[in-house]
Design a protein around this ligand. Structure first.
Ligand code: BGP
Length: 459
């Protein structure tokens, strides 16, 4: 038996925009997702949009009970900005009543809610003013965060500001998977800078109010970066990928400053964002108390010959590399590399002051999962059990070696809607039937996980 530390946080992760439903009901205003679906529904898998998420708004009591039945002791999800403050200023009292009852219900079932404030769900009223590109977004977010701390701080003791900021930067400003789907590195860097400042100002607001007696964090998608070879050029490519995609957020959030090398690089290529006086001091003074880490797969890179330096993107400095020994999730195409969780864990210990951190997401998406259903309607997801077990083995090894990890959260509890992919890939301990009143059905992994949690150990 490999035991985990006492009071380890065993749970699942989700987000408001992917689970709540009631998309434009009970006072909630539109987010970019609601707007995008209304204007371009064909972008979404099977034309299923954000209205059809897993109906948590109406079923949270049932879900909290299922969590308790599984012996889970924590749950990481988010608040919807557009629900709490539909116009950015006025509190929606119906939202307050909903969230307070939801969070208290979780607590009463022995499930600690870890609450995040932004999970890719930009309110439309702010998007119309430029979203994260507009400086106004920094104070608007800090106001929202402060409002949430005041309204829910007596129940919520563990907060996060953002989920995977690199994803809204890359998908929205260097790709086309998030609105506004533009490709412009300079704009992407400004978006990233404002996000970091919005985070820092929210941390500052949290600490200013003496009634706030919990802890605050940010959730980052951290992938270990591996080079194709030991060759100097490939090693440099690895260094650049790590600098641009990992340290560009990890350093300001945990260490309170951007890497010097990054600033120099931006300066050299005329990519520096607009920085206001005091910004860097604010950042330095507001480091996180702990970190959330989402880990799905590593990044594998190699040197790129002759990049087009007229149009600079992160990809100008490295390119992807297909590792021949790659173990692939055949249902989603993502690499499965459990050793990566160990490498991240050791890096947190060795390079980031052994700050407390937890796995805020890890999981295995499966397309067409209904084909694994048995005659009793239970999905026989042995592949997911193996996936979780393998990752827990490496997490356990790192904890034995002194890593400060305090929890593991599977993405996700009940299958949820996922952005443009909608319900294409299923991740949950529970299957949801969106055609039959959002009924929940346990998968085999939920029974397996319950045992792990109760024993606080893997075999
Ligand atoms: C993470 C996001 C989640 C979730 C997950 C699975 O990056 O934080 O919101 O979507 O990835 O990804 P997907 O649903 O695209 O397979």
């Amino acid at each position: 038996m490999r035991k985990f530390p006492e009071n380890f946080f065993w749970g699942a992760a989700a987000s408001a925009p992917q689970t709540e439903g009631a998309a434009l009901e009970h006072g909630k205003s539109a987010t970019t997702w609601d707007y995008w679906f209304e204007t371009e529904p064909e972008r979404f898998h099977n034309n299923v949009g954000p209205k059809h998420t897993s109906n948590v708004y109406n079923q949270y009591k049932e879900d909290a009970q299922l969590m308790q039945d599984m012996s889970m002791n924590s749950y990481r999800t988010s608040i919807s900005w557009a629900r709490l403050l539909p116009d950015g200023k006025t509190v929606n009292e119906e939202a307050v009543a909903y969230y307070r009852d939801y969070f208290q219900t979780l607590k009463d079932k022995g499930v600690e809610p870890i609450m995040n404030l932004f999970h890719f769900d930009m309110p439309m009223w702010l998007m119309e003013k430029g979203g994260w590109e507009a400086r106004e977004s920094v104070d608007a977010f800090a106001f929202y965060a402060d409002t949430a701390f005041t309204l829910f701080g007596d129940i919520i003791k563990k907060w996060a500001t953002f989920n995977e900021p690199m994803v809204h930067i890359e998908c929205g400003y260097l790709g086309d998977a998030h609105y506004p789907a533009v490709r412009d590195y300079k704009r992407a860097i400004q978006v990233g800078f404002h996000t970091v400042m919005a985070h820092a100002k929210a941390v500052e607001a949290y600490r200013k109010n003496k009634n706030n007696d919990g802890e605050i964090s940010c959730i980052l998608n951290l992938s270990p970066v591996y080079a194709k070879s030991d060759d100097e050029k490939d090693q440099h490519a690895r260094h650049m990928a790590d600098l641009l995609l990992i340290r560009s957020l990890l350093d300001p959030i945990v260490l309170g400053k951007f890497p010097e090398e990054l600033i120099e690089l931006y300066r050299k290529h005329d990519l520096l964002p607009v920085i206001e006086e005091d910004d860097l001091e604010t950042l330095e003074a507001n480091k996180v108390d702990f970190l959330g880490v989402n880990y799905y797969q590593p990044l594998r890179v190699q040197h790129r010959e002759n990049p087009n330096m007229d149009v600079i993107t992160p990809g100008s400095f490295f390119m992807g590399y297909d590792w021949p020994e790659k173990r692939i999730n055949p249902h989603r195409g993502w690499e499965i590399y459990p050793e990566g969780i160990y490498d991240i864990s050791m890096r947190m210990k060795n390079d980031y002051g052994n700050l407390p951190w937890f796995i805020s997401e890890n999981g295995m998406g499966v397309e067409g999962e209904e084909k694994f259903q048995d005659e009793n309607g239970i999905i026989q997801d042995d592949y997911r059990i193996e996936f979780i077990n393998d990752h827990l083995e490496f997490l356990h090894k790192s904890i034995e070696e002194g890593s400060n990890c305090f929890g593991y959260h599977l993405w996700t509890f009940v299958d949820c809607w996922s952005w443009l992919n909608s319900y294409k890939n299923r991740y949950g301990f529970y299957r949801v039937d969106i055609d039959d009143n959002f009924k929940r059905y346990p998968k085999k992994s939920s029974f397996w996980m319950k045992e792990v949690i109760e024993q606080n150990a893997i075999k």
